[in-house]
Every structure is written in C-alpha cells, then in structure tokens.
Write a protein that binds this ligand. Structure first.
Ligand code: ADP
Length: 321
C-alpha cells in the first residue's frame, strides 16, 4: 500500500527557557512541522510506503527537510524545488497562562504553488495515480491558489473513479482563509471527494457552528463521506461507517505533556492501520495509540527512539517500523 500526503512543511522556532545564573534566558529550538508532514512521518513509521508532495526552495532548510523525510524512509521524488524561495516559518509563544500562540511567516512559501504549474502537473498526476490513497487537509487547500485547487479537485474525481481513495482532515485555521464562508465552500467540495474524513470536532464547530456532533455527522453523510471519524480530545472518538455510528473510548494517557500533533498522529495511526487491512474500529484504536505516544512527549514530531520505545521496558523496537 502506498499513500501520498500533500501539503506544507514549515520551519518551527519554539522558545526554550534556560536558567542563566539567577535569571532565565529564552533560547529558540529549531525544528520542522506541518499538519500533513506530521501525519506523513507517523504513517511511514507505521509501516506504509509514503510519498510527501510539496514544493521547497534550494536553501539549507529545504535541504534539511528532504534529509529528514529521507531518514523516515519517505519518498521525496515528487517534491519540486523553487530557486530563491524558502519554506514558511512559524514561532511558538508560550504565555503565562500556559497557552501557546503561533505567529506565521508563510506568504511566500513555495508550497503555495502546489498543483499550480501546468508544466509539472501531468508528471505529478502520474505520480499520484500510483498511490492507493491520497491524504490532504484544509490547510493544504487554504494555501493553494484557487485555480490550482480546482485542478486538484477535478483530479481527485478522476483518481477516485480509477479506484484511488482520498482521506481528508478539515484542520480549519481561520487565519488562512478570507472568510469562514470561503472555507466552508472549498471544504465542502473536497469532502464530496473524500472516502475517509478524519475531523476534529472543535474545528468543525469553529467552521460550521455545530453545537453537537449530530449535525456534523449528518452534514458529512450528506456530503457522501462513507467513513467518518470525529476526534474529540480525551472524549470517545465517533466513527460513522456507511451510516452506522459507534463511539469508541480513548484510553487514558497518564502524562499528557504536549498535545501538539495529537490529531495529526491520530490520523496517521488510523490510516496506517486501515491501509494495512485493519477494520475502522481497529484503526481507531491504532489512532489512539499513535496519538498517545506523541502527546506523551514534547513537539509534533517525536524522536524515532522515543516513538519506538517499548512501553513496558523502554527497549527500542526498531524492528516494528
Ligand atoms: P486535534 O489535535 O486535532 O485538536 P484532538 O484534541 O481531538 O485533535 O485529539 C486527537 C486524538 O489525540 C484523540 O482522538 C485522542 O486519540 C488523542 N488525545 C488528545 N487529547 C488526549 C487526552 N487528553 N488524553 C488521551 N488522548 C488524547
């Protein structure tokens, strides 16, 4: 089974408090993250062949992204490079009340050109047509230009007609859209091309104004989503397959360190299991397990050693990858 994830990976700068004599000094830790990138990494760790599809620059940070993808065994052959452009960047700010704020510099990010260049598009479509599943998110759609998005939508229709499956997470980020109405229009079009929707209820509430999950379940059935998963933090995950609803408990996680990447890693666990033949119910359990590992550590992408560490003895189980 092969999956391609489409989207944007950014440079991340996160403050680290460091004691210096009697005071504290803030240093910045530099890393890489992005919703579909995070999911791609954990799907690959789950044993599925993954291709990451984006555009990068020719700068050292873009090089490093390629190296990290390759280190995860992810195919980078469909990543185009745009000379003179650099990946987007964001900074995390930790406030006194424990909240995290994100500031972005991504207006010129090369990933915004996804699907935009007609000269590259046919080769990219040929690459995507080799995949069993495509994964994209509302963030992927928000950063694309409208013409490129329309091309992608038309391609998904053909791709599904040829037996490919599409998985989608709405990941609604209001700042990326001109208005909620604009986001709803685009997200609705793509949900109508989604075989699997892996949605977070909080995002659905922000985008559609749902008070209860019922309206979310109904809307997505009306869009024709056959396999719908609704994540609700520590609350039971809702699964609706061909109209049949099940609520599946989330096992408690003893120490939740950082929920960054919870939804992305859940999606990865779910899709990796699903593509390897597990049932939707089994795949929810795999999604919960993957998210539990990630929220037990700081950062969206946790080191491989920690990811594969055996819960019982701390032994490294690289063989499982
Ligand atoms: P998002 O990161 O998109 O906001 P959620 O907060 O809904 O997503 O969490 C996604 C998944 O992460 C949940 O379905 C669950 O598996 C896991 N998770 C999140 N928060 C907790 C928690 N407090 N305890 C246990 N699991 C959690």
């Amino acid at each position: 089974m092969k999956l391609a994830a489409l989207g944007e990976v950014m440079v991340e700068l996160a403050p680290q408090a460091v004691s210096q004599g009697s005071g504290q000094k803030a240093l910045l830790a530099q890393s890489y993250a992005g919703d579909t990138y995070n999911t791609a990494v954990y799907i690959a760790r789950g044993g599925v062949e993954v291709s990451y599809v984006t555009l990068l620059g020719e700068d050292p940070y873009s090089e490093e992204v390629l190296t990290r993808l390759a280190d995860e065994g992810i195919d980078t052959s469909a990543i185009a490079r745009l000379p003179g452009r650099c990946p987007g960047l964001y900074m995390i700010q930790n406030t006194a009340d424990g909240e995290r704020y994100f500031t972005y510099w991504r207006g010129e990010a090369p990933a915004r050109e996804l699907f935009a260049d007609p000269a590259r598009r046919d080769a990219l479509k040929a690459h995507l047509n080799q995949m069993d599943c495509l994964y994209l998110s509302g963030i992927t759609l928000a950063i694309m230009n409208p013409e490129a998005r329309a091309e992608l939508l038309a391609f998904l229709n053909e791709y599904r007609a040829n037996g490919g499956r599409v998985a989608f997470d709405s990941n609604y980020r209001p700042r990326l859209w001109a208005s909620a109405e604009a986001a709803r229009t685009v997200v609705a079009e793509f949900l109508q091309q989604a075989d699997m929707a892996l949605l977070t209820f909080e995002d659905e509430q922000a985008l559609w104004g749902d008070e209860r999950p019922g309206s979310c379940l109904k809307r997505n059935s009306d869009f024709g989503v056959a396999e719908l998963v609704i994540k609700r933090g520590a609350e039971p995950v809702l699964l609706q397959v061909d109209g049949v609803l099940t609520a599946i408990d989330v096992p408690p996680v003893s120490s939740v360190v950082d929920t960054t990447g919870a939804g992305d890693s859940f999606n990865a666990g779910y899709l990796a299991a699903r593509l390897q033949g597990a049932s939707p119910q089994q795949s929810i359990a795999a999604g919960n397990r993957c998210a539990a590992r990630v929220i037990g550590h700081r950062g969206a992408i946790i080191p491989r050693v920690e990811y594969f560490a055996d819960a019982a003895g701390g032994a490294v189980a690289e063989a499982a990858c």
